[in-house]
Design a protein around this ligand. Structure first.
Ligand SMILES: *Cc1c(COP(=O)(O)O)cnc(C)c1O
Length: 571
């Protein structure tokens, strides 16, 4: 052990992300992007990769969600004590914001692997004595505030982050990995690092050594729709960032009309990828002229496997947590034991439902789970397109458990939650349905392991990857999903799960998509999935094994990180 530690190489990969899901009670994440970042780091630690990570502090977190009886979302500030989890470092760096010098400090959190690896995470924080009152709040809220606030945060993350890594002594960083465009300002700091001596350069533009910066940068894009990319007007940029690099250079790199953070990263990275094969293609269409690769997301197997299945895997597939390829041998586990582990996970979830929502659900009834950010394109209400039909199909035979937060400014998302709560009242007592408040990592595992089928019906092609279905697969829970994101790759009809709606090659962005998808959803529930659940346990358990042996086997962050290493980091 000691010998190994002394041989540890110095970190050479720096991973930057606006949010990271380190653990459930550190509220520095909001959803998929942050959980992916956490899983990335957990796998990097398991694989002993020489990595460090940088993110923001979020002293006030994202928010804690409460729901009133009508389903109206109430947002509470999160109370947490950073010093219980993190260590404040003595180092300080500064960044310039609106012409003021803003000091940045960092808290350290070590992601430790049971296998011995460690990835240090630095959480940047402007809550420093001497900073102006408004600057002290820059790192308070995740995705809070206006455009100006976001721009300030991204300056702290990108520019402050590169400076902080150097300040704490990491001199050997060879690759900077931007997890989404929020971190793109790190490229500007690197432009300064590699600036050529002005004396012998005749064209001022050649001062900026873009090739060297490019050779250091890796960019993962997560957003399949144009409107989702961070963009800032240049007046705002000039006002907040100043002429950190001349605006005409910035326009060349980040777009003529507005500063597009995705474009900035694209222009200064020599490896760019989308997060599923389909998403790679969609991104390629959005940005012709760039080479966009695809590395499909995964989840950290150990983190997203519930206790019952951990015990089962420990017994039959020892070593699985650090070698998820061993899921290929899932056929060794007896059917009865898989079913017993599943029922145990299901009872645990139903106890939580009883405790939180006061609804008594039956562990022998077919149960659907749906949990994700409440926002329009996820179509959480698709199941209610035809209430009479749903009642006919599900009366006395179906239970549904929902969860998910709406962004505080997403009015459609909030109305969606209210609509589901109303539908629940409408369906009772024929069909038991609940909306559990405050979706977070713990509830995510509880739900993804405790239902029978994991439902996902986004409007294509909006789901870049989706990862909650991969968590379900790790626990033998079957996916029933629209063919978008990762499910295009994971789906084998009637074998690993089921598809909703048409093939992924057909565009769905038209008026009929909802009706077509809803009809297919009802038909398969009624004719295929529920009959199988109630009448053919043997085939059902076979499918659970396929979810583990084919989906969990592949859609994990160990596989994902090995691909980042060979395709992006070592080049
Ligand atoms: C896994 C997870 C997500 C992402 O799930 P998607 O399927 O990508 O929507 C979001 N929030 C939490 C709390 C999670 O655990």
């Amino acid at each position: 052990m000691e010998r190994r530690r002394s041989l540890r190489v110095e970190p050479s990969i720096a991973y930057f992300s606006m949010e990271i899901g380190l653990q459930n009670d550190i509220p520095t994440y909001s959803g998929g992007l942050g959980v992916l970042a956490g899983d990335t780091i957990r796998s990097a630690a398991d694989l002993n990769l020489p990595m460090v990570a940088v993110t923001l502090m979020c002293r006030k977190g994202y928010f804690r969600q409460e729901l009133d009886p009508a389903g109206r979302q109430i947002e509470r500030e999160v109370d947490w004590r950073p010093e219980q989890h993190l260590t404040l470092l003595p180092q300080r760096v500064t960044v310039s914001i609106e012409g003021r010098t803003v000091q940045v400090q960092a808290w350290r959190y070590d992601v430790k692997s049971l296998a011995g690896g460690v990835v240090p995470v630095f959480l940047l924080d402007t809550h420093v004595d001497g900073n102006a009152e408004s600057d002290r709040g820059i790192t308070d809220f995740l995705y809070g505030g206006d455009q100006r606030y976001r721009l300030k945060q991204e300056i702290v993350l990108g520019i402050g982050g590169v400076r902080m890594l150097e300040e704490v002594g990491y001199m050997g960083i060879r690759k900077y990995h931007m997890n989404e465009g929020h971190a793109s300002f790190l490229t500007l700091e690197l432009l300064h690092r590699f600036k050529k001596d002005i004396e012998d350069v005749w064209d001022e533009r050649l001062v900026w050594d873009k090739d060297t910066v490019r050779s250091r940068c890796v960019f993962t894009t997560h957003t399949p729709v144009e409107a989702g990319h961070d963009k800032f007007p240049y007046e705002l940029v000039r006002d907040v960032l100043g002429e950190f690099v001349p605006i005409h250079v910035l326009r060349e790199l980040g777009g003529q009309d507005v500063l597009n953070m995705t474009l900035l990263a694209l222009n200064l990275s020599d490896f760019v990828n989308g997060v599923a094969k389909k998403h790679g293609e969609v991104s390629q269409h959005m940005f012709p002229g760039y080479v966009i690769n695809a590395i499909t997301n995964g989840v950290h197997s150990f983190t997203w496997t519930c206790d019952d299945f951990r015990r089962l895997y420990d017994r039959y597939l020892p070593g699985w947590a650090n070698e998820p390829e061993l899921f290929v041998r899932v056929g060794r586990i007896p059917d009865e034991e898989i079913w017993a582990a599943h029922q145990s996970a299901k009872r645990r979830l139903l106890r939580h439902v009883k405790e939180i929502a006061g609804v008594e659900m039956n562990p022998d009834l077919f149960t659907i789970g749906f949990a994700r950010r409440a926002t329009a394109y996820k179509r959480a209400d698709l199941l209610f397109s035809d209430m009479e039909r749903l009642k006919r199909i599900g009366r006395g035979r179906l239970q549904v458990i929902y969860a998910g937060k709406a962004h505080p400014r997403d009015m459609n998302g909030k109305q969606m939650i209210e609509k589901i709560v109303r539908a629940a009242q409408d369906l009772a007592p024929d069909i038991h349905m609940v909306y559990l408040p405050n979706y977070n990592m713990d509830l995510g595992l509880l739900m993804a392991s405790g239902v029978d089928v994991w439902l996902n019906n986004p409007l294509r092609p909006h789901e870049a990857s989706g990862t909650s279905g991969m968590k379900a697969a790790h626990n033998g829970v079957l996916n029933f999903s629209v063919l978008d994101g990762w499910w295009i790759e994971g789906h084998i009809e009637g074998f690993t799960g089921w598809a909703i709606g048409p093939e992924p090659t057909e565009s769905s962005l038209d008026q009929r998509a909802d009706a077509v998808d809803a009809a297919d959803l009802y038909r398969k529930l009624e004719e295929v999935i529920m009959p199988l659940y109630y009448n053919d346990r043997h085939t059902w358990v076979r499918m659970m094994q396929n979810a583990i042996g084919k989906n969990a086997y592949y859609f994990n962050t160990h596989r994902m990180m090995r691909r980042y290493v060979t395709e992006a980091y070592i080049r």
